[in-house]
Design a protein around this ligand. Structure first.
Ligand SMILES: NC(=O)c1ccc[n+]([C@@H]2O[C@H](COP(=O)([O-])OP(=O)(O)OC[C@H]3O[C@@H](n4cnc5c(N)ncnc54)[C@H](OP(=O)(O)O)[C@@H]3O)[C@@H](O)[C@H]2O)c1
Length: 312
C-alpha cells in the first residue's frame, strides 16, 4: 500500500517525487507500542525508516529486527525531545531530508496524580515532548515537504484531548492542543499536496500507563485496543486525507457523545472513572525526570540538560 493518494482535492495533485519507491518515513517514539506499530506497517510498505526515541539500546534492537523482517534500511537516532539540543538536532535531520515522505509524531509521556503534588519538571517535559516537539517537528516537516508538494505528517494525540482529565490534567491539555493545532493546519494545507492528520487513540495496550505511574488493574479488558489497530486505521485514513482519525468504532461513538454532553457532566464522570480505574499512586511514579524504571532505563536527562535549555 503506497501512502501516495490516487486522487487529491481539486488543484492539489502532487508532483511526482524524485524517487521511484516510497520515500523515507520518520517515527518519533518508535520504540513505544504505538510508534513501533507505525514502524512495522511503514516498513511493510517498503519505506526506509529513521526511528527516534531516547533509549539507544531499544532503538538499535528495533532497527535490527525491522531490517531483518522487512529488508528496508532502518536508521536509529537516539534523542531526548525534551532537551533543546536534541530537538534541534532532530529538526535539522527533518529539514535536511529531501526524501522525507512521512513524519509520525508518536513520542509522548504522561503522569497521573493530583497536579499540585506532581513533579513540576516532569509536567513541563510532558508539554515539551507532547506539544513543543510536535509543533517544531511539524514545522520542520512542512519546510521539507511543501516545496515538493508531497508528504504527510501524523500527530498522535488521544481521545483524552476531547475530555478534561482530572488526575492527568497536563497530559489531557497537551492532547487537546494537538487536536486543535493539527485540524487547523489541515485546512491551511488544502491545495498544497501535503497532508496532515491527528490520530486519537482510546485505551491502547502499551507501556504508557505503567510508565506514567498509573495502575491499569481495574480497567476492564474489553476497553483495550491493540497498537497495530491504531497504526493501521491511521495510515488507511491518511490515504483519504482525513484530518482526524479515531480508531475503533466504540471510541468514535464515545467521541461524539463527549462532544454532545455538557462539559460539567463529562468532567464529573471523568473524575469518577479515572479515580476508580487507575488507582493513581502519588508515591510511585516514574522517576521525576521521566526515565523508565526498567532495566533499559535511559541516562538521566537532568545530567544532559543545560540550564539555558530549560523552560522553553
Ligand atoms: N497507550 C494509550 O492508551 C494511548 C492512548 C492515546 C494516545 N496515546 C499516545 O500515543 C503516543 C505513543 O504512546 P504509547 O502508548 O505507544 O506509549 P509508550 O509505549 O510509552 O511509548 C512512548 C514512546 O515515546 C518515547 N519517548 C518518551 N519520552 C520521550 C522523550 N523525552 N524523547 C524522545 N522520545 C520519548 C518512548 O521511548 P523512550 O522512553 O526510549 O524515549 C517511546 O518510544 C503518545 O503520544 C501517547 O500520548 C497513547
Amino acid at each position: 500500500m503506497s501512502l501516495r493518494p490516487g486522487k487529491r482535492r481539486s488543484g492539489t495533485r502532487a508532483a511526482a517525487g524524485p524517487q521511484a519507491g516510497p520515500g523515507r518515513a520518520m517515527v518519533l517514539g518508535a520504540t513505544g507500542g504505538i510508534g513501533r506499530a507505525f514502524v512495522e506497517q511503514l516498513a511493510a510498505e517498503g519505506h526506509e525508516l529513521l526511528v527516534v526515541a531516547r533509549n539507544r539500546q531499544r532503538l538499535e534492537e528495533l532497527a535490527r529486527q525491522v531490517h531483518a523482517t522487512y529488508g528496508v534500511v532502518v536508521e536509529a537516532l537516539a534523542a531526548d525531545l525534551a532537551l533543546d539540543v536534541d530537538l534541534r538536532h532532530v529538526e535539522d535531520r527533518v529539514r535536511g531530508d529531501a526524501r522525507l515522505e512521512v513524519l509520525v509524531n508518536a513520542a509522548g509521556l504522561a503522569s497521573w496524580g493530583r497536579f499540585r503534588e506532581l513533579d513540576m519538571e516532569r509536567e513541563l517535559d510532558i508539554i515539551r515532548v507532547n506539544v513543543i516537539a510536535a509543533v517544531r517537528l511539524t514545522r520542520a516537516g512542512l519546510s521539507t515537504m511543501l516545496p515538493r508538494r508531497q508528504g504527510a505528517i501524523i500527530n498522535v494525540a488521544s481521545l483524552a484531548g476531547y475530555v478534561m482529565l482530572p488526575f492527568c490534567a497536563t497530559y489531557g491539555g497537551t492532547k487537546a492542543f494537538l487536536i486543535s493545532f493539527t485540524e487547523a493546519l489541515h485546512e491551511e494545507l488544502r491545495g498544497t499536496g501535503v497532508r496532515i492528520q491527528v490520530v486519537c487513540p482510546g485505551f491502547t495496550r502499551t507501556d504508557l500507563f505503567t510508565r506514567s505511574g498509573a495502575s491499569t488493574a481495574k480497567m476492564p479488558s474489553f476497553i483495550w485496543v491493540r497498537p497495530e489497530t491504531i497504526a493501521r486505521s491511521s495510515l488507511a485514513a491518511l490515504k483519504h486525507d482525513r484530518a482526524v482519525c479515531i480508531p475503533d468504532a466504540r471510541f468514535r461513538v464515545l467521541s461524539v457523545l463527549l462532544r454532545l454532553t455538557p462539559r460539567s457532566v463529562v468532567r464529573r464522570v471523568a473524575s469518577r472513572l479515572f479515580g476508580d480505574f487507575t488507582t493513581y499512586r502519588l508515591d510511585d511514579h516514574d522517576s521525576p525526570r521521566g526515565e523508565p524504571r526498567d532495566s533499559t532505563a535511559v541516562p538521566s536527562p537532568a545530567a544532559k540538560r543545560a540550564p539555558e535549555t530549560r523552560g522553553q
